[in-house]
Ligand binder design. Structure first.
Ligand SMILES: [Zn+2]
Length: 57
């Protein structure tokens, strides 16, 4: 079947009061089937992470 390669993305949570706010995590992500293509959820505060940029690998 189709194998989708994950893309390394830098995700930064900006939710005020979040324990990991303003910290950038590099994680492998898979494109979503519908826009927005990249979606992530903060593991600490549970809010959607909107600051996603491709990481240099
Ligand atoms: Zn957060």
């Amino acid at each position: 079947m189709d194998e989708v390669e994950p893309t390394m993305m830098k995700a930064t949570c900006h939710t005020p009061g979040c324990p990991v706010a303003e910290q950038t995590f590099v994680e492998p992500m898979y494109p979503a089937p519908a826009p927005p293509v990249w979606r992530a959820q903060c593991g600490q505060c549970g809010q959607p992470v909107t600051d996603l940029v491709p990481a240099d690998v």
